[in-house]
Design a protein around this ligand. Structure first.
Ligand SMILES: C[S@@+](CC[C@H](N)C(=O)[O-])C[C@H]1O[C@@H](n2cnc3c(N)ncnc32)[C@H](O)[C@@H]1O
Length: 271
């Protein structure tokens, strides 16, 4: 781990965390704890250094942390970041933070659902991908693969991928899923170059002790292919966010228009 100013770094992470919309548990939005966010950002700043990077989903806002800490704290990080997410609140929160902190040239976000084919304009255009997907507890890691596959489709030769997935000895499915994802990655021309096991913790009510790992993959065999992204198959959609919790929604819409409208969470009563 590089040396850096801890107080400055924690306050910068706090800027980003403060800007995030509340997590929606039913879509597996489960936020990483702040200390782990800092360590993961430091780690990702090395893996993704100088790379044109695509994030497939980013509720945690690691992408914003990377760009916000790049200049004054870590002195390294991705060349640019595009975040794709199906939650408009997340898309808006990334874009408004970028605007506020003059980061528009280095980070932006767009609405996209992984169930849909990757937009053609992004096919094999990036040098790195990052994803912290739904952990696929009840579908043998298919949800993880769905996100990772979009990242692979978006990247060109000699690219890298950073995948955060469950890694906790207390649930047998997590190690099974890691095995499956590594096997799939090998088949698609990637070698695993680094793994930080049981590295992060989450604000998760039902299994608060659950940890995740960060795996770095490097594309060593790349055959340039013409565009061929396909929608996700029915089996993958079925238990996408957990048992009997399928992927059926296209987008989460932002009713507050990025805090410009009144909150829907409370009502005012006069004196
Ligand atoms: C599923 S969460 C995983 C947990 C992670 N710690 C978090 O809360 O961000 C990761 C991101 O994926 C996004 N996401 C969930 N389902 C999606 C879908 N079908 N298409 C695109 N993004 C999706 C969520 O909005 C969230 O930002």
């Amino acid at each position: 781990v590089a040396s850096f100013d801890l107080l400055k770094a924690l306050n910068a992470i706090s800027d980003v965390v403060q800007n995030r919309p509340p997590a929606i548990r039913v879509f597996d939005q489960i936020y990483m704890k702040f200390g782990d966010m800092l360590l993961q950002t430091e780690h990702a700043s090395r893996v993704l250094d100088k790379k044109k990077t695509i994030f497939i989903g980013d509720g945690d806002a690691v992408g914003l942390c990377l760009m916000h800490l790049k200049k004054d704290i870590f002195q390294r990080g991705p060349a640019s970041i595009l975040v794709l997410d199906f939650d408009e609140r997340i898309v808006n929160s990334v874009n408004s933070f970028a605007h506020k902190h003059r980061l528009e040239k280095s980070i932006g976000a767009e609405l996209y659902n992984v169930a849909d084919p990757l937009p053609k304009k992004y096919w094999e255009k990036f040098e790195a991908f990052y994803t912290n997907p739904p952990f696929g507890a009840n579908n043998e890691g298919r949800s993880v693969w769905a996100f990772m596959r979009r990242g692979i489709e978006a990247t060109k030769e000699k690219s890298v991928g950073c995948v955060v997935m469950a890694d906790y000895p207390g649930v047998s499915w997590s190690k099974q899923n890691i095995h499956k994802i590594q096997t799939m990655a090998l088949k698609h021309g990637f070698a695993m170059s680094e793994m930080l096991p049981e590295f992060h913790h989450y604000h998760l009510d039902d299994v608060p002790e659950l940890t995740s790992c960060s795996i770095t993959f490097e594309k060593v065999n790349h055959k340039k292919q013409s565009y061929g992204s396909k929608p996700l198959d029915g089996e993958t959609l079925k238990n996408f966010y957990g048992r009997s919790n399928p992927l059926i929604f296209k987008y989460v819409r932002d009713l507050r228009n990025d805090n410009k409208y009144e909150s829907q969470d409370y009502r005012l009563e006069r004196l």
